[in-house]
Write a protein that binds this ligand. Structure first.
Ligand SMILES: Nc1ncnc2c1ncn2[C@@H]1O[C@H](COP(=O)(O)OP(=O)(O)OP(=O)(O)O)[C@@H](O)[C@H]1O
Ligand SMILES: [Mg+2]
Length: 278
């Protein structure tokens, strides 16, 4: 999932795993997991059977919220006890999930401040993997890490995807990471997915004017930097949120019909939410 800051990527991820902050709530639509609409199931059922067990999330900035006064082991323990009760603490599965992220079990005795950013991020990913979920939502897992550590995290996610056959919903605004990891891309703008297609199709023939702008402005070797105006959802007029295309004010192709909400149109392998293709 790509899109500029404030486009609603984290909000969508949090909605999937039922971690929207009130007053945020899901007002319509479905979230299908193995053909089951998980918006319909009770909170209890969701907590018991879905969260962490089928879908886990690495929240944006989570590596900075490791508790500084507890050892890494105590923080893993906490997750275990929450899910299985006090007497089910199983050090072996913790060590296994550390192995999956290339961390030695000796770090269990350490405290967050003793770890590098990349190690902390891997601890967070190991925590998300502990109940062996099928789907991992990773929200900006490489932001604030230097390029070498970024590469380690990207390789780790690649391994989880190819070897462990996990589905990863990767949230990022970094097109470089996307091209390394993604099969499908959803482009978000102002709280909506405006285009969904295969990686190759998005790069070779972006359809939505916003995707075209994103692709043509992603940094290329040797090119000069052009500043992109970014708009947050708060700045977009609320009347546009209610009715017309949300990209209307910035779109070079805007026409009269764009004052109405564009339908999601099937195109090639994917979808685009734009009147140009009607
Ligand atoms: N579908 C939506 N309807 C209404 N408000 C939304 C929706 N999606 C997101 N928002 C609001 O937009 C703001 C930014 O959303 P969010 O944090 O999800 O952006 P982001 O794309 O993750 O940005 P960043 O790249 O900076 O992390 C939040 O205040 C959120 O409440
Ligand atoms: Mg975000």
């Amino acid at each position: 999932m790509v899109g500029e800051s404030g486009s609603g990527k984290s909000t969508l991820g949090n909605a999937i795993i039922r971690s929207l902050e009130p007053p945020g709530r899901i007002t319509s639509g479905k979230i299908l997991l193995d053909d089951q609409d998980i918006t319909k199931i009770s909170d209890n059922d969701f907590n018991e059977n879905i969260r962490w067990k089928k879908i886990a999330m690495v929240f944006q900035g989570a590596m900075n919220s490791l508790d500084p006064v507890f050892s890494i082991e105590d923080q893993f323990k906490e997750i275990f006890i929450q899910h299985y009760g006090k007497n089910k603490y199983d050090k072996e599965s913790i060590e296994n999930s550390l192995l999956e992220v290339n961390l030695d079990k000796s770090i269990l005795k350490q405290y967050p401040h003793e770890l590098s950013g990349g190690m902390k991020q891997r601890v967070i990913i190991a925590m998300a993997l502990i109940l062996n979920p099928k789907i991992l939502i990773a929200d900006e897992p490489t932001t604030a890490l230097d390029v070498l550590i970024q590469a380690q995290i990207i390789n780790l996610l690649k391994k989880l995807k190819t070897n462990e056959k996990k589905t990863i919903i990767l949230i990022t605004h970094d097109f470089g990471i996307v091209s390394e990891l993604a099969d499908w891309i959803a482009v978000m703008y102002a709280g909506q997915i405006v285009e969904f297609n295969r990686l190759g199709d998005i790069y070779s023939s972006p359809n939505h004017p916003y995707t075209q702008m994103l692709i043509s402005n992603s940094p290329k070797f040797g090119s000069t930097f052009t500043e992109i105006k970014q708009t947050s959802l708060n700045e977009i007029e609320t009347k546009n949120l209610e009715s017309g295309c949300r990209y209307y004010g910035r779109c070079p192709y805007a026409k009269e019909i764009c004052k109405q909400n564009p339908p999601l149109i099937k195109i090639n392998n994917g979808y685009v939410k734009c009147w140009l293709y009607e």
